[in-house]
Design a protein around this ligand. Structure first.
Ligand code: KG4
Ligand code: ZN
Length: 336
């Protein structure tokens, strides 16, 4: 079964074709980063317009690279939310129209479910059940995963998402957009001389809060002489605080659930220090850590094609309506 996957929830146009037995056939990604960087962040209207320009050519190219035609496609999966409404509508309307024309099912996929299942595209995928830490630009979620669609929310951020905290802190340090990778590169030049707070780790629970850490970081920058080295040191201290906070909460989640498998996914899971910190923690817990390859940490079409294929094989599909939900709690999903 071949499933075409379409991702347009934010600033990346992702397209992929996944086969239920052969795996990933091809995947393409167009990033709008250059266009938005001029404005210091994503401009929703520009994002939607660019998805319109890029999506259909990418779909054609993806079919060509897989040596397939539209007749081979058994389903069209698209990100139906959460995300930017206009951007979502481009992918949803295109996917729904193609599915109707090709007379195949359309599958509305939850973006965070896509991230959560991205490690399944790797050679040594995790078995269910596992704990998943989903860290992206818009979400920070700890989820107990029993199977596809069976997600129990264990904890989430009460304010900024981890990626948002990286992006806003990067802006404070005068780094461009997207801030996460830039802050991470700067942190490598610095030394975490001061210990920044590890928010909400001094009390029980699996919730996160990154807003106070961001303010603490701003105060630290202002109190310094703002040399390049000062900024690098602040970046290092901030990154270490985020990595250790995530690690403490994941350790708690593993202990609380009794599970021995931890999956990390979403854009921030590309961060080297976070990976290293979690790798060290799981080793001490006699647990296993799973994460997607770097290019599948951030937004991509492959994870949407994969998630859509699993749901299609389970007999799920949507009607003729176009689904787009800017806000969509992952716990509302039903199982396969
Ligand atoms: O999953 P994603 O591509 O999009 C959303 O679903 O939001 O995540 C994007 C987020 C951005 O906040 C970006 O700054 C962050 O992931 N990010 C990173 C790194 N690479 C991307 N944050 C820290 N370190 C990185 N290496
Ligand atoms: Zn994402």
């Amino acid at each position: 079964m071949y499933v075409l996957g379409i991702e347009t929830s934010c600033d990346e146009t992702g397209v992929a074709i996944y086969h239920s037995e052969q795996g990933l056939c091809s995947h393409l990604l167009y990033s709008q980063v250059d266009m938005h960087s001029e404005y210091g962040g994503v401009v929703p209207e520009l994002a939607s317009r660019d998805h319109i320009r890029k999506l259909v050519p990418l779909i054609k190219q993806c079919l060509q690279e897989s040596r397939l035609t539209s007749n081979d496609i058994n389903g069209v999966a698209y990100t139906a939310g959460p995300g930017l409404m206009g951007a979502l509508l481009v992918g949803a309307a295109t996917a729904r129209s193609l599915a109707w024309t090709w007379q195949v099912p359309a599958l509305a996929v939850h973006h965070m479910e896509g991230h959560l299942l991205a490690p399944m595209l790797e050679e040594n995928p995790p078995e269910f059940p596992f704990v998943a830490l989903l860290i992206s630009g818009g979400h920070t979620l700890l989820v107990r995963v029993e199977g596809i669609g069976h997600y129990q929310l264990l904890g989430e951020s009460l304010d900024d998402a981890a990626g948002e905290a990286f992006d806003k802190t990067a802006k404070m340090l005068g780094l461009g957009y997207p801030g996460g990778p830039k802050l991470s590169a700067l942190a490598e030049q610095g030394i975490a001389k001061t210990k920044f707070p590890r928010p909400m780790t001094d009390r029980p629970g699996l919730e996160f809060s990154f807003s106070g850490l961001k303010t603490f970081t701003l105060n630290a920058v202002n109190a310094s002489e703002k040399t390049d080295q000062d900024k690098a040191d602040v970046a290092a201290a901030f990154q270490q605080a985020v990595a250790e906070t995530l690690s403490i909460k994941c350790k708690r989640a593993l202990q609380q659930t009794g599970l021995k498998r931890l999956v990390i996914a979403g854009g921030v899971s590309a961060n080297k220090q976070i990976r290293a910190c979690l790798t060290e923690m799981v080793a001490k817990e006699n647990a296993q850590l799973y994460f997607p390859r770097l290019q599948f940490c951030t937004d991509n079409g492959a994870m949407i094609a994969y998630a859509g294929c699993q749901r299609l094989m389970a007999g799920q599909q949507q009607g003729l309506e176009i689904h787009a939900r800017p806000r969509w709690p992952i716990s509302e999903l039903s199982g396969c």
